[in-house]
Each structure stands twice: as C-alpha cells, then as structure tokens.
Design a protein around this ligand. Structure first.
Ligand code: SAH
Length: 244
C-alpha cells in the first residue's frame, strides 16, 4: 500500500489541541486503506487523495466534537449515535479518537453497514456497534428514543430534517451536532422554527475554515431542552418531503 496518510501532529495540536497516539494514527491509516479498497466495489466516497482524506474525513469529523476530545470522560462515558453514517463519518474517527465513548453507527443502506462491520473488526474497535435502520424508525423505538447524550449527523439533509432525525433520540440536555458546509441566515430562521417544535434550541452555530484547503465549514449545535412531542419523528419519508 503506497497511500500514506500525513500525520499532521502540529496541525492537530494547533487546531484541536489534541494529537492521535501511535495506535490511533495506525487506525486512521488502516481506515483509509480499507476505504480505498471498499471504494472499488461500493461507491463510498469521492475523496481518495491522502491529504484530502485527512482533512475532509478525519479532521472534519473530529472538529465537531472538540469538547469531547478534552473532556475527562472516565466517570460517565457518553452514549453517542451517528445518523446516516455512510462509510463511517463522522462516527468512525470519533470512535477511534474517543475510546471512552460508546457509539451506534446507523445507516439505512445494508451494504454500507456490512462494510462498516468489517472496519470495526479490522480496527479492533469494540466501543462501536452498527445498525441498519432509518432515523424515522429508531426515533420512535423505546430502545433508542431518549437514549443518547450526543447525536452526530453529517451530509444527510437540510438542517431541519437533521433536527427531526436527531432530537427525539437525545436525553434531556443532550446535544445534536449537525455538520454543514455552507450556512445562511435563512437556514437559521427555518431551523429555529423546527427546533422549537422538537423541544430543542440552537445553542451555537460555529463557522471555521479547514486547515489545508481553507474551505468554510459550519457546525450547528442543538440542545434538547424539553420533551420532543410523540408525533416526531414523523413516518419514513415525511421529514424530507415536508421539512418542518
Ligand atoms: N455521514 C456520511 C454519509 C453521508 S451520505 C458522510 O458525511 O460522509 C448520507 C447517508 O445517510 C447515506 O449513507 C444514506 O444511506 C443515509 N441516510 C439517508 N437518510 C437516512 C435515514 N432517514 N435514516 C438513516 N440513514 C439515512
């Protein structure tokens, strides 16, 4: 395998105040190799260049969870869920970087989850499990509704759809982290309406630039502050067809 990921120790340190251990760096490298391999059969990602993979998949995944990287989690390991994880982003880098958390990786496409099962085995990641299901279904399931401290969601749909997928899954005071590229004031207005209906509030909208290509990215943090009414999430397909 000639594709070697850059280490970027200084950039990790400067931007996230964190650095991967030798073992975590090896897991990132192996993840990259497995995704390149998987790409030959499954359409997993168009990002294959090592620098771009480091920035858009590894760095971007961890940028959203900075507070978790520095937190002392030994007493209360948080329960995370990644909705629409696809080839495992942001969930797998988070699983590697925060070994103290437990994380559920959810996608509606079985073949992506089968691929992820293999990744978890190959990387010896025991703190993650996978689930083939839809956000609309698990949001109404007693095992998952109100069960998570943090819900991650990247590139799954408009922010109000992401809010309807994630907020029902959170415990009271739980946090949803929506990973976005561009962001507009109009989106804030629409999202504000949606989160009000769902029992949440917009806690923070953070803009940042990625460290290599200097692209603009956003993370939207939603806090659950009230009970989500039982009609949410609505049945399969409704959140995207009639976004709040
Ligand atoms: N989060 C990944 C993948 C984004 S592509 C990344 O950022 O790279 C969107 C993924 O969400 C697809 O894999 C799709 O199967 C999944 N998805 C879309 N709607 C979903 C839903 N309602 N429930 C669960 N998964 C969904």
């Amino acid at each position: 395998m000639t594709n070697l990921l850059p280490e970027m120790a200084e950039i990790w340190q400067q931007t996230l105040n964190w650095q991967p251990t030798v073992q975590q760096q090896e897991q990132f490298q192996r993840l990259y190799e497995l995704i390149l391999e998987g790409n030959r059969q499954l359409n997993l990602t168009r990002i294959t260049d090592p620098q771009e993979f480091w920035e858009k998949h590894l760095w971007d995944s961890l940028r959203g969870i900075v507070p978790l990287l520095s937190a002392n989690l030994s007493s209360a390991p948080p329960a995370l869920i990644d909705i629409g994880t696809g080839a495992g982003f942001p969930g797998v880098p988070v699983t590697i970087a925060v070994p103290n958390c437990t994380i559920t990786l959810v996608d509606s496409t079985r073949k992506k989850i089968t691929f992820l099962d293999n990744i978890l085995t190959e990387l010896a990641l025991t703190n993650a499990k996978t689930l083939v299901d839809r956000a609309e279904e698990i949001g109404q399931h007693p095992r998952h509704r109100l069960a998570y401290d943090i819900a991650l969601i990247r590139a799954v749909g408009p922010a109000s759809v992401c809010a309807e997928y994630t907020l029902p899954l959170l415990k009271q005071r739980g946090l949803a982290i929506i990973y976005r590229g561009n962001w507009t004031e109009d989106e804030t207005t629409t999202l504000q309406n949606a989160v009000k209906l769902l029992g949440g509030k917009i806690e923070l909208i953070e803009q940042f630039t990625t460290p290599l290509s200097h692209s603009i990215r956003h993370c939207v943090y939603l806090r659950k502050i009230a009970t989500t009414p039982i009609q949410f999430p609505r049945p399969i397909g409704v959140p995207t067809q009639k976004p709040l």
